[in-house]
Design a binder for this molecule. Structure first.
Ligand code: CLF
Ligand code: SF4
Length: 514
C-alpha cells in the first residue's frame, strides 16, 4: 500500500496563487493559474516563489508619514509591516525616485517590480506615492507597480490606484478581532482625530477588509501580510487567513515579529519575543490549509534594490544616479532580451526530470510529513521513510551556486519520497569574507551551525575543510556534489541517496509508537 500524507496537498491555492510548495525548477508551479493571472505573477519575485530565484524588485522610499501606530514600529525606522526594523531609508522626492528606478532598471535588467513600502505608509502620503506611480506608468511601462499599506485609507484610493495600473497591493492585516487589534495598535489617526483602543482597531480592520474587497472586485492581486506576535495574535491568524482567502486575497504572508530592545519599539522594550523558525513554519502550515502561503519573504527595507535577500542600494545612491545617462528605450530592449533568456532558462529547469518523482519510492509504503508528525504527537500511521530538511546556498537562478562560507542566508527545503517543498529561509552572518576578519570566523561558523538546527544536509557549490568538519560534528552532512544543478532536483537526488542507503528509516521507538 502507498499512502502519501503531504502538507501541500491541502495547501494548493484555491482562488489561484503561487503555492509556496513545489515552486521551483521541477515543474511549472503557476500552470494552474488562468493566463491573465500568470502574466501578472510569473515575474513578480514576491507573488511567485519560483520567480524570486530569477527576478529582482526595488523599493523607493517616498512616503515618510504614517496614520497609525503599531507596537512593533519605531518611527525613526522604516515601516515594519514590510521592512526589517533597524534600518533607515534615504527619503526621495517622486522625481528622484523615478530617476532611481530608471537607473536601476537599466543596470539590473532582471528588476521587474517597483514597490512603494515606506518608510511610513504609502497611502498616508498619497500625493508622493501616486505622483511616482504616474510618472513610471508613462516612462517605464515594462515595470510592474506594487504598493504596501496598513489599509486605513485604502478604500478612498482604490480607484486612483487602479488608474495607475497597479496590479499588486499588499495589506497588512494582523487581526480581524478588534480586541486583539487593541493589543497591537495603540492609536490610529482618523477623521482628524486620534482614536485609541478597541474602537480604533475596529475602524482599521473595517477599512482593511473593505479595501481588500474593493481591490478584488477590480481584479487587483492582493497579498495580505500578517506579523506573527506570539501570545498576541498567533492563535488568531488562522482565522485571519480563512477570512482573507474567502474575500479573495491571492496570497498570505505570515512574517515573524522582529522586536529587539535596541530598536526602541514598544514590543522591543517590553521584551515581547518573536516566533521561532518552528513556530512560524507550523503556523504557516496551519494557514496553508486554507490559503496560498508566501514563505520566501525577506522583510526587505523600504529602499531595497536587487534580488530578494540582497541589497544593492549602495550602487544607486542619489549622487551616483545623478551622473548616469539613461536611454530607457534602449534599456527596455535589453531588458526584454534578458527576460526572454531567463524564461528560456526556467523552461529548461522545468524540463529537468524531478528525480524523486521519476522513479518509484524506495520502500513504496507509507509516508507522513514531518509537519504532520510535529502536529500530531501520536501519528496513527506507521512511517518508513521520514522527511529530511536540507539547507541550500544559492545566489539565485534556481541553482546551487554559492560557496558555504559566502552565504548570508540558506534556503530550507523539506524532502519527502514524493516531493520537495520550500519551507523558508534562514539568515546567517557571512562566515568567510575573504579579508582580515577571520578572527571572528569561528564564532560566526558556530552561529551558522546553530541557525541550521534541524537541517540534516547542506548543499552548496563549495565548502572548506574546517566548516565541513564542524558541520559533520553537528550532525549536518555537507554536500558540494550538486554545484550548479537546479535546487529541487538536487535535493530530491540527495534524499534518494539517503533513502537508498537506508538512512531514513523511522527510528524504532517512533515506529513502534505510531
Ligand atoms: Fe515590495 Fe512588497 Fe511589492 Fe514585494 S516586497 S511592495 S510585494 S515588491 Fe516581498 Fe520584500 Fe517580503 Fe515585501 S520580500 S518584504 S513581500
Ligand atoms: Fe510603523 Fe508601518 Fe505601522 Fe505605520 S503602518 S506604525 S510605519 S509599522
Amino acid at each position: 500500500m502507498t499512502l502519501k500524507v503531504l502538507e501541500q496537498e491541502s495547501a494548493m491555492p484555491a482562488g489561484g496563487g503561487c503555492s509556496s510548495s513545489g515552486c521551483g525548477g521541477s515543474s511549472d508551479a503557476l500552470a494552474h493559474l488562468p493566463e491573465h493571472i500568470r502574466e501578472k505573477v510569473h515575474n513578480h519575485p514576491c507573488y511567485s516563489e519560483e520567480a524570486h530565484h530569477h527576478y529582482a524588485r526595488m523599493h523607493v522610499a517616498v512616503a515618510p508619514a504614517c496614520n497609525i501606530q503599531c507596537h512593533y514600529c519605531n518611527r525613526k525606522y522604516d515601516c515594519a509591516n514590510e521592512s526589517r526594523p533597524g534600518v533607515v531609508s534615504e527619503l526621495l522626492t517622486p522625481e528622484q525616485a523615478v530617476k532611481k528606478v530608471l537607473a536601476v532598471a537599466a543596470n539590473i535588467p532582471q528588476m521587474t517590480v517597483l514597490g512603494i513600502a515606506g518608510p511610513g505608509d504609502p497611502l498616508a502620503n498619497p500625493e508622493r506615492t501616486l505622483a511616482t506611480f504616474a510618472a513610471l506608468t508613462e516612462q517605464a511601462p515594462d515595470i510592474k507597480l506594487c504598493v504596501s499599506t496598513n489599509g486605513l485609507v485604502l478604500p478612498s484610493v482604490v480607484d486612483e490606484l487602479c488608474r495607475h495600473n497597479i496590479d499588486h497591493v499588499t495589506i497588512t492585516i494582523n487581526c480581524i478581532d478588534p480586541a486583539v487589534g487593541a493589543k497591537i495598535y495603540p492609536w490610529i489617526f482618523w477623521n482628524n482625530r486620534r482614536l485609541t483602543g478597541v474602537k480604533a482597531a475596529e475602524i482599521l480592520i473595517e477599512q482593511q477588509l473593505k479595501g481588500l474587497e474593493m481591490l478584488v472586485e477590480r481584479g487587483v492581486l492582493v497579498k495580505v501580510n500578517s506579523v506573527m506576535i506570539p501570545g498576541v495574535n498567533d492563535q488568531h491568524l488562522e482565522q485571519v487567513s480563512k477570512l482573507v482567502k474567502a474575500k479573495g486575497a491571492f496570497l498570505h504572508n505570515v512574517m515573524p515579529l522582529i522586536a529587539e530592545a535596541e530598536h526602541g519599539t514598544f514590543y522591543g522594550v517590553m521584551g515581547q519575543r518573536g516566533p521561532t523558525h518552528d513556530e512560524l513554519s507550523a503556523l504557516q502550515d496551519k494557514c496553508a490549509g486554507d490559503m496560498a502561503m508566501m514563505r520566501h519573504c525577506r522583510q526587505c527595507r523600504a529602499d531595497a534594490v536587487g534580488m530578494l535577500g540582497e541589497d544593492r542600494g549602495a550602487e544607486f545612491t542619489l549622487d551616483k544616479i545623478e551622473h548616469m545617462d539613461i536611454d530607457y528605450a534602449a534599456a527596455m530592449q535589453r531588458r526584454k532580451a534578458v527576460h526572454e533568456a531567463i524564461e528560456a532558462k526556467r523552461a529548461e529547469q522545468r524540463a529537468e526530470p524531478h528525480r524523486a518523482q521519476a522513479t518509484p519510492t524506495p520502500t513504496g509504503e507509507v509516508f507522513i510529513s514531518l509537519d504532520a508528525i510535529r502536529r500530531s504527537r501520536k501519528p496513527t500511521l506507521r512511517t518508513r521513510t521520514r522527511p529530511v530538511l536540507m539547507a541550500v546556498a544559492t545566489q539565485g537562478q534556481g541553482v546551487i551556486n554559492q560557496h558555504f562560507g559566502h552565504a548570508r542566508e540558506f534556503l530550507v527545503y523539506e524532502a519527502t519520497p514524493e516531493d520537495v517543498r520550500f519551507i523558508g529561509h534562514r539568515r546567517v552572518d557571512q562566515y568567510c569574507t575573504g579579508g582580515d576578519t577571520c578572527g571572528d570566523a569561528e564564532t560566526a561558523l558556530a552561529r551558522t551551525i546553530r541557525t541550521l538546527d534541524g537541517c540534516e544536509v547542506v548543499l552548496c557549490s563549495k565548502i572548506g575543510i574546517e566548516p565541513w568538519e564542524q558541520l559533520e560534528a553537528a550532525g549536518i552532512a555537507p554536500n558540494g556534489e550538486h554545484a550548479m544543478e537546479p535546487i529541487e532536483g538536487a535535493v530530491a537526488a540527495v534524499y534518494r541517496e539517503l533513502a537508498d542507503g537506508g538512512r531514513l528509516a523511522q527510528p524504532a521507538a517512533e515506529a513502534a509508537s505510531a
